[in-house]
Design a protein around this ligand. Structure first.
Ligand SMILES: [Zn+2]
Length: 65
């Protein structure tokens, strides 16, 4: 999926694989946002969990055993 940098408006692509990895990380760390660096202005954009869930609709949390 594509989002836009909230600072400069540059398009930022998030692949399904990247979104799944981000959701794993959010789940493991208990964070609400994943940060993606804009390649153009190099600022960090916060991507909420719900946006990542839309990019990776089949992702399910893995419970730690
Ligand atoms: Zn930017």
């Amino acid at each position: 999926m594509q989002i836009h940098c909230s600072y400069c408006g540059a398009p930022l692509n998030i692949s399904r694989k990247q979104a799944e990895a981000a959701l794993d990380w959010l789940h493991a760390e208990g964070k609400a946002y994943y940060e993606v660096r804009c390649p153009k202005c190099r600022k960090m954009n916060k991507v909420p969990r719900e946006v990542l869930t839309r990019a990776a609709p089949t992702w399910k949390p893995q419970e730690a055993s």
